[in-house]
Design a protein around this ligand. Structure first.
Ligand code: NDP
Length: 266
């Protein structure tokens, strides 16, 4: 809960405290690669201990080592977010090993392949929704059962929730738009409990998910769609996640924040 309101809010130490997560425990899904690694490190840099989950335990171990090298505690749990029991176990590990669950970042996601709607295999559409939307909900349910007042849930949606990239990606767009609906509903449900729920809409960031983009294709995206004139850096998602997790955003809930260099303007 925000305790730094009033005339003392603007002292240097109180101001810095607004953006800090000291004494908090954060849970991050999909922290074995890409944006999830950056988010986990950003939360740790702000003072949080971090529980991380993904399917590839060896890569999670690398993230764990980075967080521990920063002087924070970390527990890594093999987690498939489409499995409700796995989601419960990840949150339980945060509570039992690190002492609680104050922040959840629902980052795990898959882009899926591109299929024209008339050729999209049902299993592909189901899988994309299963990981991106259902997985986020199972995690939010598990965390929402134990989160104290002052907690924060941050959901990774996408600009694809609100626009298209002229790619046939109905499942991904639908799942990420669903994440925004879920964000609003949970924010309304949990407002009285002092739990905030917000979403980040990333534009284009080079990660494992986008590693197949050729330099020529990257430049074409920038020229056509990115007013900022460059792709995003994962640290820019991490800093937004820290802001939404911290008291600096204590009066923001149910919001969807683009971190996209202006993609949604065009
Ligand atoms: P990456 O492919 O680099 O990372 C995705 C992460 O999700 C991996 O750690 C992966 O771990 C995890 N994951 C995938 N499926 C599951 C599952 N079933 N259970 C648990 N974890 C899973 O992608 P990004 O870092 O680029 O993406 C992170 C998030 O940001 C996603 O939600 C994505 O949709 C969103 N996003 C990314 C954008 C970009 O430009 N990069 C743009 C817009 C949105 P593992 O395989 O070990 O399970």
């Amino acid at each position: 809960m925000d305790t730094d309101l009033g005339p003392n809010a603007y002292t240097s130490s109180a101001w810095q405290r607004r953006f800090r997560l000291d004494g908090k425990v954060a849970v991050v899904t999909g922290a074995s690669s890409g944006l999830g690694v950056a988010i986990a490190q950003g939360l740790a840099a702000a003072g949080a201990d971090v529980a991380i989950g993904a399917r590839r335990l060896e890569m999670l171990g690398e993230t764990k080592a980075r967080i521990e090298a920063m002087g924070r505690r970390c527990v890594a749990v093999e987690t498939d977010v489409t499995d409700v029991g796995d989601c419960d176990r990840l949150v339980a590990a945060a509570v039992e090993d690190l002492g609680g669950c104050d922040v959840l970042v629902n980052n795990a996601g898959i882009g899926g392949d591109y299929h024209a709607a008339t050729d999209d295999p049902p299993e592909h559409f189901r899988k994309v929704v299963d990981v991106n939307l259902f997985g986020s909900y199972w995690m939010a349910q598990a965390a929402g059962r134990v989160m104290p007042p002052g907690s924060s849930v941050v959901n990774l949606s996408s600009v694809m929730a609100l626009t298209t990239a002229k790619m046939p990606a109905a499942g991904y767009s639908a799942a990420k738009a669903g994440v925004l609906g879920m964000t609003r509903d949970l924010a309304a449900q949990w407002g009285e409990r002092g739990i905030r729920v917000n979403a980040i809409l990333p534009g284009v960031f080079l990660t494992e998910a986008t590693a197949h983009y050729s330099p020529r294709y990257q430049q074409a995206i920038i020229d056509a769609r990115v007013p900022a004139g460059r792709l995003g850096d994962p640290v820019e998602i991490a800093s937004t996640a820290v802001f939404l997790a911290s008291d600096a955003s204590a009066y923001i809930t149910g919001a969807s924040i683009p971190v996209d260099g202006g993609v949604l303007l065009l």
